[in-house]
Design a protein around this ligand. Sequence first.
Ligand SMILES: [Zn+2]
Length: 205
Amino acid sequence: MPVSILAVSCGMIQENAYIVAREGRDDCAVIDPGDDYPKLKRTLGGKRVGAILLTHGHFDHIQAVAPMADEFGAPVYVHAEDAEMLNDSRLNGYMGLMGGIATGPRIEAQDLGEALDACGLRFDVLHTPGHSKGSVCLYLKDEGALFSGDTLFEAGFGRTDLHGGDMRALMASLKALLALPGETRVYPGHGPVTTVARERARYKL
Ligand SMILES: [Zn+2]
C-alpha cells in the first residue's frame, strides 16, 4: 500500500510537522510535532498516533510532543546525542531565541537506533550531525522519501551556531545526503519539499 505524507506548518517559526501513514491503516507516525498541537491534532483526521519521531532536539519541533505522547500513549524517539536537549531550555535553543525557560511536562524519549519499524513503515535512521550532535534524517527508502529536519532545506542547510553545532560535520552530512538517489523527495523541517537532485545541483561537494 502507498504511503501518505501530510505536512503541517506550525507556529511562529513555521516548522513543518509531518504525518506519515501507510494507506489502509488507522495509525500514523508523526515526525517533529512542532508547537501547535491543536492544529496538528485537527490534521490527523482521526488517525491514532503510533509513534513520534524527532529529527533533532530543538524547541521549535518538540513543544507538542508531551501532550501528543500523553494522549495517544505513543513512544517518542530521538537520537541519543540529542536526548539531553529535550528537557533543557538552554540546550534546545528556547532560552536563547525565545527568552526564559519553557514550561511543560517532561518529554521521555527512547533511542532511535539505526532503523525503526513503526505503523507499518520502516525508517532508516541516517545520523547527520552538524546542526546538532544528534541530528538525523529519517529515510523511507522504499518510498524514496527523506525527512531531513534542519540539516537540509530547499536552497539551504541548517545553522551551526547553536548548541552542538559543527560546520565541518554538517558539510560531511550534506555530502552523504546528496549522494542519495536524485529522485528522493526531501521533506525539510522548514520550507517547501525539494529533491536530492535539485539540491545537489546547487553545490560543489
Ligand atoms: Zn533545529
